[in-house]
Design a protein around this ligand. Sequence first.
Ligand code: CA
Length: 253
Amino acid sequence: MFRTAIMKKYITVRFHSRTDPGRVRPGNEDAFLADGEAGLFAVADGMGGHAAGEVASRLAIEALPGLHEAGPARPDTPADGRKWLASLVARANRAVYEAARSNPDQRGMGTTLTVLYIRPPVACFAHVGDSRLYRFRDGRLQQLTRDHTWVQEQVDAGLLSPSQAQVHPHRSMLTRAIGIAEDVAVDSGDVDVEPGDVFLLASDGLSSMLSDEEIAGVLARDGALDAMANALIEAANARGGYDNITVVLVRAE
Ligand code: CA
């Protein structure tokens, strides 16, 4: 799946998205949204037996407003943007939860969901799970989201180092996911946007295969977005590609 487009605002935003099943999994349980006109980007990484993971991530993405959906006016302030995104994530949670409850084959399915709303000079984000949002600026990669995982809790408690967490056998164990309960706590944040910033949304099929330094090394090439997306996926596959890999790159220019 490929999409490239240009969005005109005060700052131009270009984006490119790509998902890849990796080298081991028979299917792809990741899903994404890249809507340049709306400034809305998202990654979801589903889980559940009988291909229910694919259903969960698709439902979560479909719960987000589409390009032509009439809806409430877009928020103007960062605080409104965060609230708006958190309400979208809550809506996605209800959609997946209701589907899981009413379909025995899909019982227990869930998904991560990380959403970015970029309206330069501000970007807002909201998330549940371990799909990450990074900002790359001046050669430095900053993880803006905090994983809702057991290993992250251990890191926060000082019981594991970040590098131990990166390779821990339980690194994929989530402490929060979309669709598991009727309500879910949603984290949100906002940052400023400057020309040259690159935002990266990624499923853990990327971040569990590559270190932040390796991801930064690819983004530092400062090439075309499609070439950088391909390079990230090729690097994750070269490491083994044990999981589905999704990358959404958004560059302010
Ligand atoms: Ca995954």
